[in-house]
Design a protein around this ligand. Structure first.
Ligand code: KG4
Ligand code: ZN
Length: 349
C-alpha cells in the first residue's frame, strides 16, 4: 500500500509518497518527499511570521502534492490513504494541510489519517533505520520542541520530559540572532562553532531537580531549560561594547553549543538507563547538528547502546515522516473523520 503524507505545521510545505515494503524489520520505503521551504521568505523578518507562512502554504500546496505524486509515479487511484499533520504547530499553517487532505481524501474516496507532528519525527528514525530495538528512548529536538519519549511498543509514545521554557532549536535561533548570524540560527552556529574554543566562555548549565507545577505527573528531573543559557549569552554580548571579532563569535558559538549538546545527551542517556532502553534516538531539526550527532555516536559506542538518527533531509520537517507515522496508525486501525480539525497544541498520547 502507498500513502500520501502532507505536512504544513510550520514553514515547510511538504508532500510525500511512502509505501509498505512487506519487510517487518524495515517496513517503509520513500517514493518521493517534496519540500518547499519558506526560509527565504521568513529570513527577512528574523523568524517565522505565521500569517506569511499560512499564505505561502496555500500558494504551494497543490504544486507540491502534484510533484510528490509525479515523482513517485503514483496516481490518486494507487493510494490507500492520506495522512496529514493535525498538530501541534501554527494553526493557520496546519489548517491548510488539514483542509487540503480532507478535500483530497473525500474526492478520491480515501481514508484520512491524522498524525501528530512529533510522532512523525519519532517515526523518521524507523523510516531511516528500520524498527528500533525496544524499549527505546527518543529525544525530539526542534525549533518548537525538546522532549524525551519512551517507545515501549511500536507506535506507542510516552512523554518522559520536556523543556520548561525555550526549545533547543529556539535557543539556537535566538542566540544566532543576537550574534548577528541570521535565520535559521542552528546551521549558522553549528558551522561557526567548529572554528571556536568550546571552553572559552563560561556559560551556565541548568539541572532541574523538582517537578514542574504545570506537569506534576512528570518527575521533572529529566526536564530541559535553555532560557537561562540564552540570557547568559545576551549578558556576555552586552558586556562587550566593541564589535566582536570572528574568533570571539566562534568561541561563543562553540561554548553555547557545548552546553546545549551536553545537556541533551546527558538527559537522553540518563533516561535510557532509568527505563532500561535497548536503543536511543534523536529526531527533529536540531538532530542535524554535527556535534550532537558525533556525541550521540561516541556515547552510544562507549555504553554499547545502539543509537539512531534520521538522515539530514529527514531531520527537518518533511512529509515522508508524516506518511510513515500515518501508515503505522492506519495499520493499527485508526483513521480520522471528516470532522477533523487542526489543533495547535495537540498532545501526543
Ligand atoms: O524540526 P524542524 O525543521 O522544525 C520544527 O518543528 O521546529 O526544526 C527546525 C529547528 C530550527 O530551530 C533550526 O535552527 C534547528 O532546527 N536546526 C539546527 C541545525 N539545523 C537545524 N540546530 C542546530 N544545529 C543544526 N545543524
Ligand atoms: Zn518539526
Amino acid at each position: 500500500m502507498r500513502i500520501l503524507g502532507i505536512e504544513t505545521s510550520c514553514d515547510e510545505t511538504s508532500a510525500a509518497v511512502v509505501e509498505e515494503t512487506g519487510d517487518a524489520a524495515k517496513p517503509w520505503a520513500i517514493r518521493s518527499n517534496v519540500i518547499a521551504s519558506q526560509v527565504p521568505i521568513h529570513r527577512e523578518w528574523g523568524g517565522v511570521v505565521p500569517e506569511l507562512a499560512s499564505r505561502q502554504h496555500i500558494r504551494d500546496i497543490c504544486g507540491v502534492v502534484d510533484r510528490a505524486l509525479d515523482e513517485a509515479g503514483t496516481g490518486w487511484t494507487d493510494l490507500g490513504a492520506v495522512a496529514v499533520t493535525q498538530g501541534p504547530g501554527l494553526v493557520g499553517s496546519l489548517l491548510v494541510g488539514v483542509s487540503f487532505a480532507k478535500a483530497a481524501a473525500a474526492a478520491a474516496a480515501l481514508p484520512l489519517v491524522a498524525v501528530h507532528h512529533l510522532a512523525g519525527h519519532i517515526e523518521s528514525l524507523v523510516l531511516q533505520n528500520g524498527e528500533l530495538p525496544l524499549p527505546s528512548v527518543v529525544l525530539v529536538v526542534s525549533g518548537g520542541h525538546t522532549s524525551l519519549y519512551l517507545v515501549e511498543r511500536a507506535g506507542a509514545y510516552r512523554l518522559l520530559s520536556r523543556t520548561r521554557d525555550d526549545a533547543a532549536g529556539e535557543a539556537y535561533d535566538k542566540v544566532a540572532k543576537l550574534l548577528g548570524l541570521g535565520y535559521p540560527g542552528g546551521p549558522a552556529i553549528d558551522r561557526l562553532a567548529t572554528r571556536g574554543n568550546d571552553r572559552a566562555v563560561a556559560l551556565p548549565t541548568t539541572r532541574l531537580t523538582h517537578a514542574d507545577r504545570n506537569a506534576p505527573e512528570l518527575k521533572g528531573d529529566l526536564d530541559f531549560s535553555f532560557s537561562g543559557l540564552k540570557t547568559a549569552v545576551l549578558r556576555y554580548v552586552r558586556a562587550h561594547e566593541s564589535p566582536m571579532s570572528e574568533g570571539e563569535l566562534a568561541d561563543i558559538a562553540a561554548s553555547f553549543q557545548r552546553v546545549v549538546v551536553t545537556s541533551l545527551i546527558e538527559r537522553l542517556f540518563d533516561a535510557a538507563r532509568r527505563y532500561g532502553a535497548k536503543s536511543v534516538g534523536i529526531a527533529g531539526g536540531v538532530s542535524a547538528n554535527s556535534r550532537l550527532r558525533a556525541e550521540l555516536k561516541e556515547r552510544g559506542e562507549r555504553r554499547e547502546m545502539p543509537t539512531f538518527l534520521p538522515s539530514l533531509s529527514l531531520s527537518t520537517d518533511n512529509a515522508a515522516m508524516i506518511a510513515a507515522a500515518g501508515l503505522r496508525k492506519f495499520r493499527a486501525g485508526v483513521t480520522a473523520s471528516f470532522e477533523l480539525n487542526a489543533d495547535a497544541a495537540l498532545p501526543l498520547a
